[in-house]
Ligand binder design. Structure first.
Ligand code: ATP
Ligand code: MG
Length: 451
């Protein structure tokens, strides 16, 4: 098990580097507290350790070119995950007031027993009461500074109106994983991260689309590939808003999602899908924060964002009867703003075009119509989906199916699956015309159409 051993060695090396880093953090906390409570001392704070560059942390520090202050903030955010007791010293109570020390910051988790750091905690460790150092730290934690730009840290501001430094300091799951196991995993869908990576095994050759739509899609692909260059080298940034927003509209199953993933494939960008019907209807105070996370990460990683069921956004923003409505409206306003400001590629998909008012349409650089396929296109879809199986009975007449039934690609794919299953269940090695007809009937019924 050569790779296994290698991996184990990697994990052990990563652990040693993290131990050194946490040891350093611990000595900084102790010396800082000693200075806080003891007589004024002249001693310098402990210097950060030199880490082996072949450890994940060592490599990351080099890649992101983090300085000692940034390292300290990162170590602070890592501590609750890796050595939960390390920060317990900061729970010490102020005897005079019988409460914690405001200057230590921190917050208490719901199930985690230890001290969870905030930006205030970092300020305490780094800045003493020196305001200019505090301002420096504020900069280190800015969105465009390496710690956040590289997606290492997240700040959560839970209580609007409260001081900025009360924001909770989080290391991202991705970074934690990378520093411990050495593997970078793509972020996963969760309540806190309402986006999902979508991919396809199909290629452009499989896509059946009319010429107009294809031309729009190619322009969009060119932007995704060269947009940055155009903005910078061609000085376009002076004239146009950053980013490219495209609206895909058309009936279900006409290839909107497929096209978005193909564009990602072509420009080697990850495509993340956000289901807006879910996001907007859920009415949870967390939504905005979770979406902010998606946008932040996407921005720094050149993801393509694909918003599905985007009609949730165009819904006429009608009278706000309940606080629920008001909340949803706020959510929508926030989303629209972020979509409009996003410097990368955004695709919104919907089945309805009528709902979209002109003011809204003007915000898009392109609007692509995905129509129902005509008979020729349907034949290509049937062929593309079924020929490669090599299991069609000789009498199968795809042309006939294509001529007779107005079905979109998604429905045709469903028929193919059904027909193959049906053949298998009947213990046949070939798909017959009867299998396919049954599948078609099933699809038509599903769509509420008569057979
Ligand atoms: N134009 C097309 N060319 C090739 N295959 C297609 C096309 N449209 C649909 N398909 C097939 O149908 C499947 C489903 O299509 P897709 O999910 O892209 O539809 P959609 O337009 O996003 O539908 P919805 O509006 O329901 O989200 C695809 O994975 C593909 O196999
Ligand atoms: Mg879709």
């Amino acid at each position: 098990m050569w790779t296994g051993d290698n991996q184990a060695a990697g994990v052990a090396g990563n652990a040693r580097a993290l131990e050194q880093e946490l040891g350093w953090l611990e000595s900084v906390v102790q010396s800082r507290l000693a200075r806080h409570f003891g007589p004024p001392a002249q001693s310098e704070p402990p210097a950060p350790p030199r880490l082996p560059p072949d450890s994940a942390l060592g490599a990351l520090l080099q890649d992101a070119a983090l300085d000692a202050d940034e390292r300290l903030v990162l170590a602070l955010a890592l501590a609750p995950h890796l050595r939960p007791s390390l920060l317990d010293l900061l729970f010490v109570r102020n005897r005079n007031l019988d409460r914690g020390f405001s200057e230590f910051g921190g917050w208490k988790g719901r199930s985690h027993g230890g001290f969870l750091p905030t930006a205030e905690t970092a300020a305490f460790l780094m800045a003493d009461e020196d305001l200019s150092r505090r301002t420096q730290l504020r900069r280190l934690l800015d969105e465009d500074a390496p710690l956040r730009r590289e997606g290492l840290l997240r700040l959560d501001h839970d209580a609007p109106g409260e001081p900025w430094f009360s924001a909770a300091l989080h290391v991202t799951a991705e970074t934690l994983e990378r520093l411990t196991t050495g593997v970078s995993r793509k972020p996963d869908f969760s309540a806190g991260f309402p986006a999902r990576l979508i991919t396809t095994r199909l290629t452009w050759d499989d896509l059946v689309l009319d010429a107009d739509a294809l031309a729009e899609v190619h322009t969009l692909t060119t932007w995704a590939r060269h947009g940055r260059q155009l903005m910078q080298d061609w000085q376009l940034a002076r004239a146009v808003k950053p980013g490219y927003r495209s609206l895909f509209f058309g009936p279900p199953g006409t290839g909107k999602t497929l096209t978005a993933t193909l564009i990602g494939q072509a420009v080697q960008a990850d495509v993340y899908r956000i289901d807006l019907s879910m996001v907007v209807s859920k009415y949870i105070g967390e939504t905005e924060k979770n979406l902010a996370q998606v946008f932040d990460q996407a921005q720094h990683r050149d993801w393509i964002l694909f918003f599905d069921e985007a009609d949730a956004l165009f819904g006429k923003r009608t009278a706000t009867s309940s606080s629920n409505d008001r909340h949803a409206n706020q959510e929508v306003a926030y989303l629209l703003q972020r979509v409009e400001d996003f410097p990368g590629t955004v695709i919104l998909a919907t089945n309805l075009k009528n709902n979209i008012d002109e003011a809204f349409a003007r915000r898009f650089q392109s609007v692509v119509h995905f129509p129902m396929p005509d008979a020729d296109q349907r034949l290509r879809l049937w062929e593309g989906l079924l020929r490669p199986t090599g299991r069609l009975a000789p009498e199968v007449d795809l042309q006939d199916l294509a001529n007779r039934h107005e079905l979109a690609g998604g429905a045709i794919a469903n028929v193919a699956r059904f027909a193959a299953l049906h053949a298998l269940q009947a213990q046949r090695q070939r798909i017959t015309q009867a299998d396919l007809r049954l599948g078609v009937a099933k699809e038509l019924r599903k769509e509420g159409r008569v057979v």
